[in-house]
Structures are given as structure tokens and as C-alpha cells.
Design a protein around this ligand. Structure first.
Ligand SMILES: NC(=O)C1=CN([C@@H]2O[C@H](COP(=O)(O)OP(=O)(O)OC[C@H]3O[C@@H](n4cnc5c(N)ncnc54)[C@H](O)[C@@H]3O)[C@@H](O)[C@H]2O)C=CC1
Ligand SMILES: CC(=O)C(=O)O
Ligand SMILES: [Mg+2]
Length: 371
């Protein structure tokens, strides 16, 4: 199969969809890989490294989209990329369609086969292609939040860990999954006081067994959220209902309960965000203020630490990329229900139920759409 890796074009997105080591594996399986000129240069993945791995460098994204049978990317296709996708072509990347009607319409129109990293599953009920970036974003959320708490950034001027004689900050984490546990670990490491809320009692039990009295676990109700907001200095939004738009768990009115200059980091923004006042921001302009509360809502946080993230992402995506290339989309998808769960759009049909429901499309089960 001819596999194409274009340069990412989202704001300050320096990740690339495949490392040179990943390219080498695909080539060893008998496939051809084309990579856009300087696609990974800014994170030290030079053309030379890709060529040594057996890939070929091409000048433009247009050439990659025109020639490749499978496109491997990181972020959802931007409008200009959607226009270049075509019928029968495999798109393997993050999509986050539920909050993004325009992209969804673009993919439907293209006729391509679009597999979303974030809805591929595993045997343990996890999301193995989302997990590495959730680890990154969870860890980053605390450093981003700590920075936003600095007075010069508009924050309340509180240091997460406090100092001897001055109490530490309170960090509230809503959603105790992969983002949540990584955020909690970083916050604990900085000596902050951590409260973590989730709807899954099993998950709360697991967190309690792991961290004991170093964290407080709370079952996530509107009451518990309201009560915890009153003393939180930093709130991390880390909930997920796979494939669906994020539930709004903090309203604008509830911001008035918070201390002025407190910070909300909405990691769930890529699924539309879990705070009513969230709107997606970029690494260039990451924060804004609503009613005295600082909001950080960057939808591609791992792009900020693009080198670490690129290696972590390829580690997870490569095995499925090899299956797709070896077998073709239809056989690879039908052979593996976990990969099949990643199929969101095929030949103009929406094959992921939550996306169809949230955006008003007819849902066609993936196996049926593939015929
Ligand atoms: N902004 C960014 O750059 C990035 C965003 N993300 C996003 O972060 C979000 C979280 O991802 P993961 O941690 O991997 O998901 P996960 O599935 O591991 O964890 C989500 C947790 O939310 C919990 N939850 C669901 N409804 C809840 C509620 N009402 N109250 C409290 N908890 C609730 C679930 O029980 C689960 O434990 C996703 O939207 C993901 O796409 C992930 C990576 C990067
Ligand atoms: C998961 C995601 O949206 C990202 O890594 O940018
Ligand atoms: Mg997005």
C-alpha cells in the first residue's frame, strides 16, 4: 500500500503522524511511505531520517493526498485537507467529530474511510490510541494550570505546592480516567491537595486503593461539583463519554462560586468541553477570562510537547496501521472489532452511533456500511 504522511497544519501543531521508526516498519512489511518535506523537522525528525528509514520525501500535501491510499495524520483534517480526501482513501487520525459538524460534512462528502484514533477500543474497555495523548495532556494540564495561576497571567497568584508556613492550592479533577489520573499524579507531585470526581465507582475505588489519603475521591454529582468549586484554585476538566459531545458540568452561574483568579483547564475541549464557558483556544493564545475565572482550552495540548507526543502516538497507532496496510481497510476492520469501533465515516455514511446522534445523521453500523 502507498501510505502518505502530510505535515500538520493546525495552529502550533508540530507533531507528525509517523516516526521514522514507524515508517521503517511499514516499509519492511512491503509498503511504500511518502512523507511531506520537513514534516517533522521542527522536532528533530528530519527528511534524512525518514529517507534512511526507506520513506520518500515529497514536496506538497496535494501530492500526498492525490497519491496515497492511506493518509496517516495526527489532528482532524482541516477544511483544505477535507477537500483533498477522496472516495476509497483511508484516513487514520484523531477526528473528534461530535462537536464539529463542518468537518463531519466534509468527510461525508469526500467518500473516504475515516478511522478516529479516539474511538478505537481495547480488550480492557480502554481507548488505546487516545491514551498516550491523554497521558501527555493530563500531565501538561497541571503545568499549564500552574502557569495560568501566576498573577501576571491573570491568575490568583497561588503556588500549587505552597511553601512551609503557607498552605498549598486545591486542585479539583473532574473525570478520573487517563487524563485525570495523570493530572492528579502531577498535582500530588507538586504537593497540591487533590480532589478527584468520577461517575464510575470502580474507578474511584481504584484511585483510592492507589493513592489512599493522598487524594480525596468524590462521586460526581452537581452537588459535589458545586461544593468543590468553592475552594478549588485549579479545576481540570477530564471527562469523556466516548465519541459523544462532552457533558457540561460547570455552568456560567457557578463560576461565581469560585475564588477570583482561579483557573479552569478544559482538557475535554476536543469533545466540545465540559464547562459551559469553554471555547477552544490555541497554543498561541491559550487563555481567556470569563467572570474573573481564567480558562485554558487548548484542543491540541500534546502539540506543545510535540516530540514526546509523536513518539508516544506512533507507539500506539503503528500496529493498527500495519494491519490496515497489510489487509486493506475492509478486511482489517472486519477482522478486529476494536479497530472497527474506530470507524466513524465510510463512503458517505456515519458509522459511529454517538456522532450520528449528536449531529443528526442516520446511523449505519460499521459492519453493515462496509458490506
Ligand atoms: N485537549 C487535548 O489536547 C486533549 C484532550 N483529550 C480529551 O480528554 C478527555 C478525557 O480523556 P481520557 O481521560 O482519555 O478519557 P477516559 O475515558 O480515560 O476518562 C474519562 C473519565 O470521565 C468519567 N466521567 C464521565 N462522565 C463523568 C461525569 N459526569 N463526571 C465525572 N466523571 C465523568 C468516566 O467515568 C471516565 O473515568 C477526552 O475528551 C479526550 O479526548 C485527550 C488528550 C488531549
Ligand atoms: C487527543 C487530541 O485531541 C490530541 O492529541 O490533540
Ligand atoms: Mg479538535
Amino acid at each position: 500500500m502507498l501510505i502518505g504522511v502530510p505535515k500538520e497544519i493546525k495552529n502550533h501543531e508540530y507533531r507528525i503522524g509517523l516516526t521514522p521508526a514507524g515508517a521503517r516498519e511499514l516499509v519492511q512489511h512491503g509498503h511504500q511511505v511518502i512523507v511531506q518535506n520537513d514534516g517533522g523537522k521542527s522536532i528533530g525528525l528530519t527528511n534524512d531520517l525518514y529517507e534512511k528509514a526507506g520513506a520518500r520525501i515529497v514536496d506538497t500535501a496535494e501530492e500526498i493526498f492525490a497519491k496515497a491510499e492511506m493518509i496517516i495524520k495526527v489532528k482532524e483534517p482541516q477544511a483544505v485537507e477535507c477537500q483533498m480526501l477522496r472516495e476509497g482513501q483511508i484516513l487514520y487520525t484523531y477526528l473528534h467529530l461530535a462537536p464539529d459538524p463542518e468537518q463531519t460534512a466534509g468527510l461525508v462528502k469526500s467518500g473516504c474511510t475515516a478511522i478516529a484514533y479516539e474511538t478505537v477500543t481495547d480488550r480492557k474497555g480502554g481507548l488505546p490510541l487516545l491514551a498516550p495523548m491523554s497521558e501527555v495532556a493530563g500531565r501538561m494540564s497541571i503545568q499549564a494550570g500552574a502557569h495560568a495561576l501566576e498573577r501576571a497571567q491573570g491568575g490568583s497568584g497561588v503556588l500549587l505546592g505552597g511553601v512551609p508556613g503557607v498552605k498549598p492550592a486545591n486542585v479539583m479533577v473532574i473525570g478520573g480516567g487517563v487524563v485525570g489520573i495523570n493530572a492528579a499524579r502531577m498535582a500530588m507531585g507538586m504537593n497540591a491537595r487533590v480532589t478527584i470526581l468520577d461517575r464510575s465507582l470502580d474507578r474511584l475505588k481504584y484511585l483510592d486503593e492507589l493513592y489512599g489519603d493522598r487524594i480525596t475521591t468524590l462521586y460526581s454529582t452537581a452537588d459535589a461539583i458545586e461544593e468543590t468549586l468553592r475552594y478549588a484554585d485549579l479545576v481540570i476538566g477530564a471527562v469523556l463519554i466516548p465519541g459523544a459531545a462532552a457533558p457540561k458540568l460547570v455552568t456560567r452561574a457557578q463560576l461565581a462560586l469560585m475564588k477570583p483568579g482561579s483557573v479552569l483547564v478544559d482538557v475535554a475541549i476536543d469533545q466540545g468541553g465540559c464547562f459551559e464557558t469553554s471555547k477552544a483556544t490555541t497554543h498561541q493564545n491559550p487563555t481567556y477570562e470569563v467572570d474573573g475565572i481564567i480558562h485554558y482550552c487548548v484542543a491540541n495540548m500534546p502539540g506543545g510537547v510535540a516530540r514526546t507526543s509523536t513518539f508516544a502516538l506512533t507507539n500506539a497507532t503503528l500496529p493498527f496501521a500495519v494491519q490496515l496496510a497489510n489487509k486493506g481497510a475492509k478486511r482489517a476492520l472486519l477482522d478486529d472489532t476494536h479497530l472497527l469501533n474506530g470507524l466513524n465515516v465510510h463512503a458517505g455514511q456515519i458509522t459511529y452511533e454517538a456522532v450520528a446522534r449528536d449531529l443528526g445523521y442516520t446511523y449505519v453500523p460499521a459492519a453493515k456500511a462496509l458490506g
